[in-house]
Design a protein. Structure first.
Length: 202
């Protein structure tokens, strides 16, 4: 007997559930647990079933990465703010340290395949993360290209978070000291930035 045809909505529903479960699995068991067989075990289904929804592991990683970026966007939207502007540095570092395995999926695993859905999730996360910078420029409290300021700040934070998660800050300076010192260094690269402190760690 032929198998019943799966509708597009059925496929989308299973993939959404599977991706959420896979992200939970990563949170609890680490990045190494992210396999199609591991997902099948967590879902309680046959080992073959996930393979009928994901071409290979790269497609599963892509789906989990999209979920993780949406989690980052939600984290920034919910983060306490200061006069309407959340502290960019504090929020980003806290997300990384509270979600270390998801953070590794987002930025450390090779991207052999990137879906349109994940690109959209990455864009939503960027809009949420860079909103504090854009807001300060709009208020006249920072001067310069908000996209450039946001990118330079993000690159610095990303490096700091990655080093800390890899336990590579072994030369005597703490995360807090480095984050604090970044303000003056960044101003050297962004001479148009006004004197008000960047939305950094507070």
């Amino acid at each position: 007997m032929a198998r019943p045809q799966r509708s597009e909505s059925d496929i989308a529903a299973f993939r959404a559930t599977a991706a959420a479960v896979a992200l939970e699995m990563v949170d609890e068991e680490g990045v190494a647990s992210l396999t199609l067989r591991g997902l099948a075990k967590r879902l309680g289904c046959s080992y073959a079933k996930p393979y009928s929804y994901y071409r290979d592991k790269s497609h599963l990683v892509d789906a989990v990465r999209g979920q993780a970026f949406d989690r980052l966007a939600e984290f920034f939207r919910d983060y306490p703010d200061d006069h309407g502007t959340p502290h960019f540095g504090t929020a980003y570092l806290r997300f990384a340290f509270e979600n270390p395995e998801a953070f590794r999926v987002m930025f450390e695993l090779r991207q052999d395949y990137v879906s349109e859905a994940t690109r959209a999730a990455q864009q939503r996360a960027w809009e949420a993360c860079s909103a504090p910078i854009r807001r300060l420029v709009e208020l006249g409290q920072l001067e310069g290209d908000p996209e450039l300021i946001a990118h330079v700040t993000w690159a610095a934070l990303q490096g700091l978070a990655s080093l800390a998660l890899a336990n590579q800050l072994y030369l005597g300076k703490s995360v807090e000291e480095i984050a604090g010192g970044m303000q003056s260094i960044l101003r050297g690269f962004l001479p148009g930035v006004a004197s008000r402190p960047l939305p950094w760690t507070q």
